[in-house]
Design a protein around this ligand. Structure first.
Ligand code: PLP
Length: 399
């Protein structure tokens, strides 16, 4: 073995000892409530495909047609030669869906965060993040060179202190005044709780800051037109930068930024993850456009209602089994177990019973806050739910 392998093997050993080792599991079927792994069927409670669109016939048909008309690859970056009709159609659909002037699609939500944040703030500017924002936002913040401040999760008092500090410390640079940008999520990905959006919007206005809101887990699920929690709380037109992914409730792949036309034009010119990366494949863009069509239709409303029914049934069963759950309506239901090893053991036990429900550990969540992250879909059946509740009740009795 070479020296690199020796050294890396030691590092892997440490990860194993800490209960932090991760492994890929090959799924040999479409993403849906029931998946096949290594020839065995599993009940899947781990996906972010909340509306069951990843395997929806209309999305598949749109993807296939796009391949037939536009081919498999995009060929280049959008600014070079890869700006295909499916990307433009997707952006028009996104802007209409979100009720904004314009939108820009990226290959992933991760690169949307990276591109947008580094384009909007840099040295001399101040970025204020919620403690629990997604890794894509944390990575973008570090890369941006802006001064970074973190407020206690969903704590308005803590945020206001950071804003007061920011207003007195924002440096004036030669060509423009310093920016203060707050970035948070509307529905938090590992805890399933909601940000106090109205108060956040009031605070950012009071201090003249900008607000970027990541709706990765909320778009398609909340608000009268299913635009997200910004719509549900009536603050969408006060948020400067709306972000999301096409890979969760929208069942496809990609990320987006939505907002004003100047914002989008600036990103086309400055977002490096957009400029220096091959455009999304046409089939992914077309599938996402079809997904927006489904979400906006009567079927989209039906799927959302069905999802909330499943959520209520699962939560009732878990409370009856002795679990303590957060009091919000969310398709993400965290079962906090604390210790990393406990979470891994629980996930393995469920795996033996044919349930796929992963242990989420550091660094995705803080050390000592390991959990089973249970997510449900509109396409889970009553039988699926009963099986889940029975397995989790048994797990609770063992602990
Ligand atoms: C999943 C996720 C992203 C990244 O989106 P991808 O399209 O999966 O890259 C960004 N923010 C949050 C909150 C997420 O949960």
């Amino acid at each position: 073995m070479s020296r690199i392998d020796d050294e890396l093997s030691d590092e892997l050993k440490t990860l194993r000892a800490e209960g932090l080792f991760r492994q890929l599991r090959c799924i040999d079927s479409p993403q849906s409530p029931r998946v096949n792994m290594a020839g065995r069927p599993f009940l899947n409670f781990s996906s972010n495909d909340y509306l069951g669109l990843a395997n929806h016939p209309l999305l598949k048909e749109a993807a296939i047609k796009a391949i037939e008309r536009f081919g498999a690859g995009a060929g280049a970056s959008r600014l070079v030669s890869g700006s295909l009709a499916p990307h433009h159609e997707l952006e028009e659909s996104l802007a209409a869906f979100k009720g904004v002037e314009a939108a820009l699609c990226f290959s992933t939500g991760y690169t949307a965060a990276l591109g947008a944040i580094t384009a909007l703030v840099g040295k001399g500017d101040i970025l204020i993040l919620d403690k629990l924002v997604h890794a894509s936002i944390v990575d973008a913040a570090r890369l941006s060179g802006a001064t970074l401040r973190v407020f206690t999760h969903n704590d308005l008092g803590s945020l206001e202190k950071k804003l007061q500090w920011a207003v007195s410390h924002a440096e004036k640079s030669a060509n423009r005044k310093a920016r203060v940008l707050i970035v948070t999520e509307s529905l938090f990905s590992m805890d399933g709780d909601l940000a106090p959006l109205r108060n956040l919007a009031d605070l950012k206005d009071k201090y003249g800051a900008w607000l970027m809101l990541d709706e990765a887990h909320a778009s398609g699920l909340y608000g009268e037109r299913r635009r997200g929690l910004a719509e549900e709380f009536g603050v969408a037109n006060r948020i400067e930068i709306q972000m999301g992914t096409l890979g969760k409730a929208l069942g496809s792949a990609g990320g987006y930024i939505a907002g004003s036309r100047p914002l989008i034009e600036l990103l086309i010119n400055r977002a490096r993850s957009f400029i220096f990366s091959t455009a999304p494949v046409p089939s992914a863009a077309a599938a996402a456009t079809a997904a927006i069509g489904v979400v906006r239709s009567a079927e989209g409303e039906h799927l959302r209602q069905r999802l909330w029914t499943v959520v209520e049934q699962v939560k009732r069963g878990l409370v009856d089994a002795g679990y303590v759950l957060p009091p919000v309506r969310s398709a993400i239901i965290p079962l906090i177990l604390g210790n990393e090893q406990n979470a891994t053991v629980a996930a393995d036990l469920l795996h033996k019973r044919g349930l796929f429900l992963p242990a989420i550990r550091f660094p995705t969540v803080p050390r000592g806050k390991a959990r089973l992250r249970l997510t449900v879909s509109a396409t889970h059946t009553a039988a699926d739910i009963s099986e889940l509740i029975a397995a989790l009740a048994e797990l609770k009795q063992r602990s």
